[in-house]
Design a binder for this molecule. Structure first.
Ligand code: SIN
Length: 200
C-alpha cells in the first residue's frame, strides 16, 4: 500500500444519513485534539496493544530519517485504553489527511468506563503499509525517537506527551513507559557526559 492513505480512507465508509460517529484515539489523538468534537469519553478497545512500530515520515520524522509513532497490533485478551470522540463525519476530511502516513480506518467496539458500549472507528497502520517499521528493542526504539524530528515537532515530545496523557487516563502501558524510561536515561547520560566533558 502507498504511503498516502487519504484516498483509501475516503472510499472506505459511507456516512450518508449519519450525524455523528465515535472515533477511538490511542496515540496523538489522545493529547493533540485539533479537531472539533461533540463529546469526549475515555474508552477501551479489546484485542489490541499499542506499539511504537509505525514509521513517521510526515509528522515526527522525514522520509530520509523517519521517526516512530504508535499503531495497534492484534493480541488476543489485551486491552488498549484511549479517548473516544463523537465527531461529525465531515471531520474525517481533516483527520484522514492528518493520519495519511499509513493509517486506515477500521470499525471497532468501544467500551466506556461505565461499561456501556458503542461502535466506532479507529485509525490503524497495519504491517502491509509502506511506512511500517515493526518491532525493535526498547532501547533502539528510544534511540530512534530521541534523534527524530519532523514538521510536527520532535519525536520525543510525541512520546512524552503520550505517556503523560496515559497516566492522566490511569492507564498502565508497559511498552510506552519502558521507552519513556529508556529516553530519560539516555538524556541523563548525555547531560552527565556533557558536564564531564566540560569539567575535564
Ligand atoms: C491515534 O492517535 O489514534 C492514531 C495514531 C496517532 O495519530 O498518533
Amino acid at each position: 500500500m502507498s504511503f498516502d492513505t487519504t484516498e483509501h480512507n475516503r472510499q472506505r465508509f459511507c456516512f450518508d444519513g449519519i450525524e455523528s460517529v465515535w472515533l477511538f484515539g490511542y496515540g496523538s489523538l489522545i493529547y493533540k485534539v485539533d479537531f472539533p468534537f461533540l463529546e469526549q469519553r475515555p474508552a477501551t478497545i479489546e484485542g489490541w496493544v499499542r506499539r511504537f512500530w509505525q514509521g513517521s515520515h510526515d509528522h515526527r520524522g522525514t522520509p530520509e530519517a523517519p521517526g516512530r509513532v504508535v499503531t495497534l497490533v492484534e493480541q488476543p485478551g489485551a486491552r488498549c485504553k484511549g479517548m473516544a470522540y463523537r465527531i461529525a463525519p465531515a471531520v474525517f476530511e481533516q483527520l484522514d489527511v492528518r493520519e495519511k502516513n499509513g493509517y486506515l480506518r477500521f470499525a471497532t467496539d468501544l467500551i466506556f468506563d461505565d461499561e456501556s458500549r458503542a461502535e466506532g472507528l479507529v485509525y490503524i497502520a497495519t504491517e502491509d503499509n509502506a511506512a511500517f517499521l515493526g518491532p525493535a528493542h526498547d532501547s533502539d526504539i528510544a534511540r530512534q525517537i530521541a534523534v527524530s524530528c519532523g514538521p510536527s515537532g520532535r519525536n520525543d515530545e510525541y512520546l512524552l506527551k503520550l505517556a503523560e496523557a496515559l497516566r492522566h487516563l490511569g492507564d498502565d502501558d508497559p511498552h510506552v513507559f519502558a521507552i519513556e524510561s529508556a529516553i530519560e536515561s539516555a538524556i541523563e547520560s548525555a547531560i552527565k557526559g556533557a558536564i564531564e566533558g566540560f569539567q575535564s
